[in-house]
Design a protein around this ligand. Sequence first.
Ligand code: 3UK
Length: 525
Amino acid sequence: MRDHTVTIDRSTSPSTITYADNFNVAVSFIDRHLDEGRADKIAIYPVGGDPVTYGDLAKNVNRAGNGLTALGLSAGDRVLMMVKDSAHFYFLFWGAIKAGFVPVPINTLLRAKDYQFMIEDSGCAAVIYSPEFAGEVEPALEAANPKPAYYFRTEGNGKTLVGLMADAGNDLDTASATPETPCFWLYSSGTTGTPKGAIHLHRDMVVTSEQYGLRTLGITEDDICFSAAKLFFAYGLGNGMTFPLWVGASAVLYPGPPMPDATFDTIENYKPTIFFGVPTLYGAQLKALAETNRDLSSLRVCVSAGEALPADIFNRWKEKTNTIILDGIGSTEALHIFISNLEGDYKAGTSGRMVPGYDARIIGDDGEEVAPGDSGQLMIRGQSTASHYWNNPEKTASTMVDGWLNTGDTYIQDEDGYYLYCGRNDDMLKVGGIWCSPFEIEAKLIEHPKVLEAAIVGREDDENLTKPEAFIVLNDPVDANDDTKGTLLTHCKEGLAKYKYPRWINFVDELPKTATGKIQRFKLR
Ligand code: 3UK
């Protein structure tokens, strides 16, 4: 095989992937398209900006890589990027990889103290950020000790990425690497503790793009992908960048907050064929669609991840838009979705079946695989999982065990073989000695037309026994009264096992959530 190439055999399931010994993944995702005649095809539609062809993309990736090299970075140096969804994100990410540096996309919704932690923890050589995030990034740089050698904005006055690229050449030698060389990091979202840098290898994006993007979702060159989840999430990175690039398709990038109206405008204007969202957004979009009609007819399929998609949202979306939402579970450590529904094989309310190339085990308290139909800890194995956490041998040892990744989730494989999410291990409740899934109660409450969102946490009763407590956001705040409480209690008692109804109901204006939109139940406890 030539240097930096990969061969794929699709006659097998999973696809059989063979890498050149000297393999830099930037060649597969960027340069390959020039050889395959796509130089004039649009790779990126930045909303409000000029489209970027595959030819422009390859050239600008080279310029960014040359610019970073000219700064004086050394092989393996980390480049933290707080960059909005834009063509610059692509240029910087791939330019760094092709030149032998390690990009670290960072959540742009965080605060200065989070950034300071990541700057110090990563020991990065450079921090490059969109001007929009200067208000949080610059105080972090000010406070950081040690400071990175280089830090500047993507665009604007003074030293910038744009300036660096303008002074750089169009040709760049590809840095040597192997499929197992560290390629990029992602900080895990840290619902419970400090963020951990998950180290991903050159092969990881190939695996997710091939086994999930192509084989599971069936993305083709003719698709246009639009991800409401941002590129700095592992979920968005696949949806909005690596999956379309892998097959020579196109991505629509929206730089702002993904509110329902903005996502609808983007869909109407750019006519994407695949939309990637999260359950909370689908819920908010459905609420908006009750008042206005929007043309979503370009969509052939939608995807949901990040938290379990309630069957009720699946059903209402299907009724309203005539498209299905494929729920799948992924994680930062696995890089993308490893259990998923398919267009031709789905079951609402479940995460679906294994993605080709991944294995799962559901483990009981005794460390052994549980009997079919019983719940336990979900462990998964695949070729895209992070090799380790940066500077965190204890977390690495407890999460990555003998090649298996402990997801931290409780799952059941149902009688039809679909994987059913039962909650985070730490969120599961024992009620009357029986496991009780907070998610199941929430899904029941959300079914009710008066309920917008709901969260269930464990609360101790007079006898110090844990019982479920509900925090509910109503569609209309005027319903916050005892009548509604009674209605919702009856609704739960009718639809759930007896012990599962919420013993307390609180109406709240909003639920505490992580930047990724997951409910922070620990804050409610
Ligand atoms: C939960 C789900 C039920 C689950 C992610 C797709 O969410 C992603 O990564 P994170 O590291 O969180 C991982 C955890 O989130 N979760 C995710 N999806 C589902 N629970 N049903 C789902 N469909 O607790 C998991 O362990 O933020 C999602 C692709 C890439 C990702 N990184």
